[in-house]
Design a protein around this ligand. Structure first.
Ligand SMILES: [Zn+2]
Length: 114
């Protein structure tokens, strides 16, 4: 059974690894980039709870694993798409670093305050 991308205006075929998301590779990576951008903004504007940091970590880990399965799963990807996947991995890695840096800073501030 073929699944098509559910993003409006996109009729691209969805690879097997992304059938649950109903997203083509392009839109899956775009949504990950967008989510990382929003997380970065969220951590920049104010304090996040430890639970929220945990959610962000989990999001990054799960989607990174999914992206890895897609990238190594034998789906024929163009060079352009491979480059996009690598770029999205870099965004995920940098987002994780950003979260750890800010979480550590907030922990230190809580220790000083408390
Ligand atoms: Zn699409």
């Amino acid at each position: 059974m073929y699944v098509n991308c559910e993003v409006v205006g996109c009729k691209a075929r969805v690879p097997q690894e992304l059938e649950a998301e109903k997203r083509c590779v392009l839109h899956f990576t775009l949504e990950l980039e967008q989510a990382c951008m929003l997380m970065r903004r969220e951590t920049a504007v104010g304090a996040c709870t430890r639970e929220r940091f945990s959610e962000m970590r989990q999001y990054i880990v799960e989607h990174g694993a999914q992206l890895a399965r897609l990238a190594t799963g034998g789906t024929g990807l163009t060079d352009e798409t491979k480059a996009r996947v690598l770029s999205t991995f870099l965004t995920l890695m940098n987002s994780r670093e950003n979260i750890e840096r800010i979480a550590a800073r907030q922990d230190a501030e809580r220790r000083i305050a408390g």
